[in-house]
Design a binder for this molecule. Structure first.
Ligand code: SF4
Ligand code: SF4
Length: 359
């Protein structure tokens, strides 16, 4: 090493999270993460103001070899650099805020409530919502659905709309494509419950912003899965996760019956869109109570190295009687650092039965 009298700093796009058994180094530019030993976390944080030379003098020859390898790993992956004056590089601050009162929303619809539930979209504009997800678990009249969606959304500032439709062999892909291409906002359509034998041919069709998934989505109970594919490796998410809940902070939802909820799977209702304005509920203390349940307060998650890039679920819990329990649908085994099938964990059987997911 040629930087013996210098200090190692991480670049501003690189984050580290300490877990109980190991730590995580997160590169938000490449959207990649690597597990690292807690010793390395210690060097990068507690020993940040110590030169490499002073760090190494505390260790014997075998340890010095390993520590040098740690720094070679950091340099090889461009996670940071050595600097002569550490005082020029203050530790980054982790505040999070958003100009939007509500950042994301869900509207669930079925074949008979399309017009009524989509009419609430103008109210989402009143609460500055920018991201809208619309979900349906059954076949609907897609043409009518999009006519209502366009009618209601056209005068709003919503910038991203995600639609989950159930697969229907009669789906008119030209209609879908035309609707998507004529939007001045991002509109992405996911077609769930696609049968095996259609999946490959459908995904080869290259329709812009139309994606097929095999997963069968039969109700709101299908939500809440925790998996690496759902991790969000962005500075915004990492900062938000330190203070707020990564699913429910500044979220609002409308269930299929028009009930206003934090999410369609949570029991509490704050009124119905037929008699209550969204604006009148978003500042209620009871409505905001989930927002601040961050991962540092959730059992098991608080010890997990993934907690700052992970999503969360407060609707389906390992222990349904404990609001601070780990998400039911997480199969991560912290001690061994491996992912397992959560549905095969016998310790989760009671919770699975409690939520009626065994049918
Ligand atoms: S709390 Fe769970 S069920 Fe509700 S939206 Fe979030 S992940 Fe889905
Ligand atoms: S234990 Fe599971 S849900 Fe909790 S932070 Fe880790 S991966 Fe996410």
């Amino acid at each position: 090493m040629t930087n013996m009298n210098q200090y190692f700093i991480l670049y501003s796009h690189v984050y580290i999270t300490k877990g109980k058994y190991r730590s995580l180094i997160i590169d938000t530019k490449s959207r990649k993460y690597y597990k690292i030993p807690n010793d390395l976390y210690h060097f990068l944080t507690v020993k940040r103001n110590t030169t490499l030379n002073d760090i190494l003098t505390e260790y014997d020859e075998d340890d010095v070899k390993i520590i040098n390898e740690y720094y070679e790993f950091l340099l090889a992956n461009s996670f940071g650099t050595f600097v002569a004056n550490i005082e020029n590089f203050p530790i980054k601050s982790y505040v999070w805020d958003s100009p939007y009162k509500i950042t994301n929303s869900i509207i669930d619809i079925n074949s008979i409530n399309i017009e009524n539930n989509l009419a609430v979209i103008s109210q989402l504009n009143d609460v500055n919502c920018k991201f809208l997800q619309i979900r349906t678990f059954e076949k609907i009249d897609v043409s009518f659905f999009f006519s209502q969606l366009i009618k209601n959304i056209s005068d709003t500032d919503i910038i991203y709309v995600e639609v989950l439709l159930k697969y229907d062999v009669l789906l008119d892909y030209n209609l879908l494509s035309t609707v998507i291409d004529n939007q001045d906002r991002i509109l992405t359509v996911y077609i769930h419950s696609t049968p095996d034998h259609f999946f490959n041919s459908m995904n080869k069709n290259n329709y812009h912003n139309i994606h097929h998934v095999l997963t069968e989505v039969t109700s709101e109970k299908c939500c809440g899965s925790i998996a690496p594919s759902n991790f969000s490796i962005t500075p915004d998410h990492i900062h938000e996760s330190k203070m707020f809940n990564t699913c429910l902070n500044r979220k609002i939802a409308i269930d299929v019956l028009g009930n206003i909820r934090k999410c369609p799977s949570l029991a509490e209702s704050y009124g119905n869109i037929n008699n209550t304005l969204l604006n009148s509920v978003i500042n209620l203390a009871n409505f905001k109570k989930y927002d601040t349940i961050n991962k540092n307060t959730i059992l098991i998650c608080k010890d997990c190295e993934f907690r700052e890039i992970c999503t969360d679920c407060r609707a389906y819990l390992e222990d349904p009687t404990d609001l601070l329990s780990k998400p039911l649908k997480c199969g991560y085994d912290l001690i061994n650092g491996v992912w397992r099938n959560w549905e095969e964990n016998i310790l989760k059987i009671d919770a699975i039965n409690h939520y009626g997911m065994n049918k």
